[in-house]
Design a protein around this ligand. Sequence first.
Ligand SMILES: [Fe+2]
Ligand SMILES: [Fe+2]
Length: 217
Amino acid sequence: MSCDGVMAARCLWRLRMGAPRLLSAHGKRISARYWSSGMTLDSINRAVVDRIIRVDHAGEYGANRIYAGQMAVLGRTSVGPTIQKMWDQEKDHLKKFNELMVAFRVRPTVLMPFWNVVGFVLGAGTALLGREGAMACTVAVEESIAHHYNNQIRTLMEEDPARHEELLQIIRKFRDEELEHHDIGLEHGAELAPAYTVLKSLIQAGCSVAIYLSERF
Ligand SMILES: [Fe+2]
Ligand SMILES: [Fe+2]
């Protein structure tokens, strides 16, 4: 961890341990320097929000590529409209994070070209196992994303719920929609996929790696 990273972590720890919020006499937040690091409350907040928007943008992009892969294989089957409906919601999620990236001036992860290919191959590959394979992929990915969104909601609530209200509303709404996709996957026979437990574990391990990398690069 870089020197700045260590200082940021210490500052976050102090905030979480109840270090006083720095407010002016009129209740407005002021930007205050912590020790001699040059870090400010605003810059720490900024780093958290940057990381959240970058990784969520990457995740929604990856989800779009997965559904694109599934539709390429299963689009003309009876399950096609169900997959298309979930994909349409993922398009809205990605659109919102594209807007947030511009609004918050966050750069995308450098791994976007990689997620483009990996997402499509994962979607198409599991769809080649049949509709149950595609649905097993959906259950695995959506469960991971919902868990990831819950972690972010906790982080933002600990940081400053009022300040992050808009972002919290967006993430909560998307989390609920990812859980709906998860349930649709189960309703459509995900658990009947070949080697469901192994497949799900492998995909979720991949999701954890993707989240780790997209947050940092
Ligand atoms: Fe999504
Ligand atoms: Fe989803």
